[in-house]
Design a protein around this ligand. Structure first.
Ligand code: SAM
Length: 304
C-alpha cells in the first residue's frame, strides 16, 4: 500500500463530486463518441480510478456488463464506490494495491531513498536508474486480466504515475548534492519517467481484447493563481479550430512532459480513421485548473 498516493487521494475535498460535474460530462461525451460505432462492448477496466470523482459509475454500468476499477490506493477505491454507487458494488470488481509501474515489485522507492540517505555518488544512482527497466521487465502484472477487456480506460494517470512521487523523495535530500549533480539525477529520473509512461501504455494494450478500444485523458497544462488561464485571449477567439490550436500552443509551451509523452506515444499506436480527440478545462480545485486532453481509438496491430 502506497502512503504517498493514499495521502494525495485523501486530500479530496467534500464538494469535489459537484465541482467536477462538467469534467465528468466531458469524459462521458468522449466515451460515447468513442463507442458510437455500435460494436458490442461488455467488459471495461478503468486504470487510476482512485476516488472515482471523475467516473459516472451509473453511466458506465449502463454501457458495460462488467466493470473493473484499478488503483494503487485500495482504500480510496473502496470508499469511492461506497460513497457514489453502493448498489453497484456487486457489479464492479475492485483491484487495489496495484502499482502500474511494477516499481513496488523491485522495491524501487526504498532502494532510491537508501541511496539518497547515504549520499551515494550520482554515478551510482544513475546506474541504479538505468538498470531499473531491465529489472521490471522480469516482473508480471495483472496476468489473469490480459486480453479480457473490450474497453480500457485511463483516468489522468500519466502525470501521477512515478515522477511526482520520486521528486518528493529527491527534494528531501537535494541539499546533499550540487546543482550540476541534481541536473544529472533529474535527467536520469526523466528518462525513467518516460520509460514508465510508455510501459504503462503497453499495459493498457495488454489488457485489451482484439479490436477493443482505448480511452485515456490527462491533465496537460496547469493554471493557478500565479499562472492563471488566459481567459480573455481564449474567449476572444470565436472559432472552434482556432480555440483548439490555442490549447495546443499552450500545451507545447507549458505542457507537463509526462502527459505529452504518454498521449503522444498512445496517439502513435491508434488507428487514425476512428481516433477521437477532445480537450476541456478541468476545474480541479478552487485555485487550480488543468487543460485536459482526451484521446481514444483502436490499436494498430504490431504496436503492442
Ligand atoms: C489524478 S487521479 C485520477 C482521478 C481519479 N479517477 C478520481 O476521480 O479521483 C490518478 C490516480 O492514479 C493513481 N495512481 C497514480 N500512480 C499510480 C501507480 N503507479 N499505480 C497505480 N495507480 C496509480 C492514483 O492513486 C490516483 O487515484
Amino acid at each position: 500500500m502506497s502512503i504517498f498516493y493514499r495521502d494525495l487521494n485523501h486530500e479530496r475535498i467534500q464538494d469535489r463530486w459537484v465541482d467536477w460535474e462538467g469534467h465528468r460530462q466531458e469524459i462521458n461525451l468522449l466515451i460515447s463518441r468513442s463507442l458510437a460505432d455500435g460494436y458490442q462492448r461488455n467488459r471495461a477496466i478503468v486504470l487510476g480510478a482512485g476516488n472515482c470523482d471523475d467516473l459516472d459509475l451509473y453511466y458506465f454500468c449502463n454501457i458495460f456488463e462488467q466493470m473493473t476499477l484499478v488503483d494503487i490506493d485500495a482504500l480510496s477505491l473502496q470508499e469511492g464506490v461506497n460513497r457514489l454507487a453502493p448498489e453497484l458494488l456487486d457489479r464492479i470488481q475492485l483491484l487495489g494495491n496495484i502499482d502500474f509501474t511494477k516499481l513496488d515489485q523491485v522495491n524501487f522507492y526504498s532502494r532510491f531513498n537508501d541511496l539518497l540517505e547515504r549520499k551515494a555518488l550520482t554515478t551510482e544512482i544513475s546506474c541504479f536508474l538505468t538498470q531499473t527497466p531491465s529489472e521490471i521487465v522480469r516482473c508480471s502484472l495483472l496476468e489473469p486480466w490480459r486480453g479480457q477487456y473490450s474497453v480500457v480506460i485511463s483516468s489522468a494517470v500519466y502525470t501521477q504515475i512515478f515522477y511526482i512521487h520520486v521528486l518528493t523523495l529527491l527534494a528531501v535530500h537535494a541539499s546533499s548534492y550540487t546543482a550540476e549533480e541534481i541536473t544529472v539525477l533529474m535527467d536520469g529520473l526523466k528518462t525513467l519517467r518516460d520509460c514508465m509512461v510508455k510501459a504503462y501504455n503497453d499495459l493498457m494494450l495488454d489488457l485489451l481484447e482484439e479490436g477493443g478500444t482505448i480511452i485515456a485523458w490527462s491533465d496537460v497544462v496547469k493554471f493557478d493563481e500565479q499562472s492563471p488561464f488566459p481567459e480573455e485571449q481564449f474567449y476572444a477567439i470565436n472559432n472552434e479550430m482556432e480555440r483548439m490550436q490555442f490549447m495546443f500552443d499552450l500545451a507545447s509551451k507549458q505542457g507537463r512532459e509526462a502527459a505529452l509523452t504518454g498521449l503522444h506515444d498512445l496517439h502513435g499506436r491508434l488507428h487514425s480513421q476512428d481516433r477521437q480527440f477532445a480537450c476541456w478545462i478541468w476545474p480541479y480545485s478552487s485555485n487550480r485548473q488543468y487543460i485536459t486532453f482526451g484521446i481514444s481509438g483502436k490499436i494498430v496491430k504490431g504496436t503492442t
